[in-house]
Unconditional design. Structure first.
Lengths: 256, 264
């Protein structure tokens, strides 16, 4: 086996080894499934509750996605405003930082008072927690335009809008797509927190109920589902980033 | 021609409001249309300020700046610019980078979409004239530093500006590439007769290319010497090894030395 093949195989072997070790430890020390269920017991729970898990996973996915889309639209617009106007930047930045400093779990009760228990608090929490990195990244991309490029265009009589669309926007795209990876993970955290506290559906809610029933294998099964979903969403945004901003990777392949 | 194309008259410029840095003071110079002018001086003497003033990117605190008979009150729109850093946009191909000014300047702006083929042909001809034939579809990072600088010159010239502003455009290149590009800009200027203001640290470059060299003092910058270069044109690189050439460079060198030590 070449070292390249070994590296390609390593993630699978290590993951499998991790679960084998876990299983062995549970059996060897006779750990009760009430404390730490073994991977086989978790697998059993996943199969047993497969319809519920699938249903609630899709619900969580929807909440996350809706909040994420809101965050992208709002974050992009606010980032453009911040990046193109020094006054807006100076004025709103402290507010933004202050707002971002609030742990979003603390906002959920307020959202529940306003909108009741349901899907809206989950979407809004996902949105509130994830727009900040998008704003900061887009604004940074715009703020770092080379002054020479600006001079070249200004001397030709370019308007601010021209400079924004020809240089600023394309330039901030790698920053923007880079921030999406962070934002999607945060949005996910937000929707699960809100579901846990204030929803009838979603993986978060399923966990809350499993926890109340002391159904530890189901809790762990839900955790695994969360991990799988999270990795999938991260992978998708990473792929989109690579597709959209190939020029910024500066590799020979990107020219194609 | 008696009428000056570019005329700066006792110009003063300050950066950073009251009590700011005095960049240039009592700066007076005039350039005729079609003339190739070089500006040399110690670093930080306000050469780049001169460029910004002449293109209407900045306006003087005192004195007047006139370009093409009109007082400058907004960006002049007839200028092309190139800098030490080629500043090509990495997400555009070389060809699209060169077409960028046409997306800004009228009348090209409104025609560009309809007559894309004609403009593309023009850009490719321009690329060929600087020795970059066939490099249009390449991205800037696939070009060497010298090639990027050639492309940057094309971008500065695509809209046929009457004025070309060069801010140390060859400063970051190796000696051989630099001399090659001297010849490129020499030939382009001979063919198209646009006016050039070249800001540089390189006295040989200034003497080889220019009709007239201005020496600036240390900050606050003003003109301390003006030297007509009467070497016959077309000039070959060989001329840079002639005694007349060496004498002019030497003479300019002594002006710079005085400027640095503050004799003036």
């Amino acid at each position: 086996m070449t070292s390249k093949q070994k590296i390609a195989l390593a993630p699978w072997v290590f993951t499998l080894g991790f679960f084998l070790l876990w299983e062995a430890a549970c059996r060897l020390f006779g750990i009760s499934s009430f404390v730490l269920p073994s991977p086989l017991q978790i697998g059993g729970a996943m199969w047993e509750y497969r319809t519920q898990l699938t249903f609630h996973s899709f619900h969580t996915l929807w909440m996350t996605f809706a909040g994420f889309v809101l965050a992208v639209v709002f974050g992009l617009l606010l980032g453009l405003a911040l990046g193109s106007s020094k006054i807006v930047h100076a004025g709103t930045y402290p507010l933004l930082v202050g707002f971002n400093a609030i742990p979003k779990v603390a906002v959920v009760p307020i959202l529940v008072i306003w909108f009741g228990v349901g899907w809206l608090p989950a979407v809004l929490t996902a949105f509130l927690i994830s727009f900040f990195p998008i704003v900061v990244n887009v604004a940074t991309g715009l703020a770092t335009i080379e002054p020479e490029v600006e001079d070249v265009l200004k001397a030709l009589g370019a308007s601010k809008l021209d400079i924004m669309t020809k240089v600023g926007l394309p330039r901030s795209m790698p920053y923007f797509f880079g921030s999406l990876k962070v934002a999607i993970t945060l949005a996910y955290v937000g929707s699960v927190i809100a579901e846990y506290n204030a929803s009838k559906y979603g993986i978060g809610n399923l966990m809350a109920r499993a926890s109340a029933d002391f159904n530890v294998p189901l809790l762990f099964a839900a955790l695994i589902a969360l991990a799988v979903l999270g990795v999938a969403m991260y992978a998708i945004t990473a792929w989109v980033e690579k597709r959209m901003t190939g020029w910024a990777q500066r590799s020979g392949f990107a020219a194609g | 021609m008696d009428e000056a194309f570019i005329a700066l008259d006792r110009v003063q410029h300050v950066y950073g409001g009251e009590g700011g840095v005095l960049a240039v003071e009592d700066l007076t110079l005039s350039v005729r249309e079609g003339e190739f002018v070089a500006v040399v001086g110690p670093s930080g003497c306000g050469k780049s300020t001169l460029m910004k003033l002449a293109t209407g990117l900045q306006f003087p605190r005192a004195g007047s700046v006139r370009v093409d008979g009109q007082a400058v009150s907004k960006p002049v729109k007839i200028a092309g610019m190139a800098f030490q850093n080629p500043t090509l946009l990495p997400w555009r191909t070389t060809l699209d980078n060169i077409l960028l000014p046409l997306e800004i300047v009228e009348p090209h702006r409104s025609r560009l979409r309809r007559e894309k083929a004609a403009y593309t042909e023009k850009a490719e001809a321009l690329l060929a004239s600087v020795g970059l034939a066939g490099f249009g579809p390449k991205f800037p990072w696939q070009l060497s530093g010298g090639m990027q600088q050639r492309a940057s010159l094309c971008r500065a010239l695509i809209h046929e500006p009457r004025l070309l502003m060069l801010d140390e455009p060859f400063g970051a290149l190796d000696a051989f590439t630099r001399e090659e590009l001297w010849c490129v800009i020499r030939d382009l200027q001979a063919a198209r007769k646009f006016t050039v203001i070249l800001v540089t640290h390189d006295l040989r470059e200034a003497v080889f290319l220019a009709d007239k060299v201005f020496c600036m003092s240390a900050r606050p910058g003003r003109i301390i010497a003006e030297r007509e270069i009467t070497l016959p044109r077309p000039r070959d690189l060989e001329v840079t090894y002639s005694p007349e050439f060496a004498d002019i460079v030497h003479e300019l060198r002594s002006h710079i030395k005085d400027a640095r030590s503050g004799v003036h």
